[in-house]
Design a protein around this ligand. Structure first.
Ligand SMILES: Nc1ncnc2c1ncn2[C@@H]1O[C@H](COP(=O)(O)OP(=O)(O)O)[C@@H](O)[C@H]1O
Ligand SMILES: [Mg+2]
Length: 239
């Protein structure tokens, strides 16, 4: 394997995705070339509706691409069987959805523990680990609360804990600071940046929030279904 490909956590080549057919067909990804390197925090920015959520959903294996090539952690997405993709995603990916997607009948700690339990970790240990992570995110007193009693920003942090708890190699977050005040947003980004400093991990963040841009190693700009520009404002420690 050549060294440049092995440092890449995500590689999209001419990636396309459309929804609908005939007159209802819309081309959302129109040939996306995008990379995210291990050891780096990569931002994906662009106007609302340009295809950011669609792109990261394809990268995460939640949507199938219509055409093009996708490699995640050096696995070719198209060559994996459906069941392999599910296991691969469960083990290697942490995903924070824009709408949080917490399970309403589980407590905050149980929600954050789901990836560990799905991987066979016993409930008690999983909840203990999840609670320790919630503590680091400033939610120690909310571990036993149900999601409906939490604010948007608190639910966001529970969703983040769920994405980090199993120490996945690829962490993908859709607008993780949108519902947070500046101080909390900074601490969430600090946590993501420190996760990305591990040489075998990568973090991809979709954001509009220019208050947190200083954390980025790479900023990929997206518009109308393609990547238009890539900036590298800050060298990563691992490169
Ligand atoms: N499941 C879907 N069916 C049809 N259109 C969709 C679907 N998901 C997204 N779109 C459309 O794709 C475009 C890009 O959406 P999205 O990826 O959510 O953009 P962003 O995250 O940049 O705001 C939008 O026009 C949206 O309406
Ligand atoms: Mg979106």
């Amino acid at each position: 394997m050549n060294p440049s490909s092995s440092s890449q956590a995500v590689r999209c080549l001419s990636l396309r995705k459309h929804f609908g057919e005939g007159e209802a067909r819309i081309e959302v990804l129109r040939g996306v070339d995008f990379q995210a390197e291990l050891g780096k925090l990569t931002f994906l920015v662009g106007p609302s509706g340009c295809g950011k959520t669609t792109l990261i959903s394809v990268i995460a294996g939640l949507l199938d691409p219509s055409a093009g090539d996708l490699e995640v952690l050096n696995e070719n997405h198209g060559r994996m069987k459906a069941q392999e993709r599910i296991l691969f995603r469960r083990r290697n990916l942490g995903f924070v959805f824009q709408q949080y997607n917490l399970l309403p009948s589980l407590t905050a700690a149980e929600n954050a523990a789901v990836p560990l339990m799905a991987d066979g970790v016993k409930r008690g240990l999983a909840v203990k680990k999840a609670t320790a992570l919630l503590d680091r995110l400033g939610l120690a007193d909310k571990a036993a609360s149900m999601p409906r009693f939490l604010s948007g920003g608190q639910q966001q942090r529970v969703a983040l804990a769920r994405a980090l708890v199993h120490e996945p190699r690829l962490i993908i977050c859709d607008e993780p600071t949108a519902a947070l005040d500046h101080k909390t947003g900074e601490s969430v980004m600090g946590l993501l940046a420190s996760a990305a400093l591990s040489p075998d991990r990568a973090v991809v963040v979709v954001t509009h929030d220019n208050r947190v841009f200083h954390h980025a190693h790479t900023i990929a700009h997206m518009d109308d279904g393609i990547i238009t520009q890539v900036e590298t404002p800050k060298p990563a420690l691992t490169s």
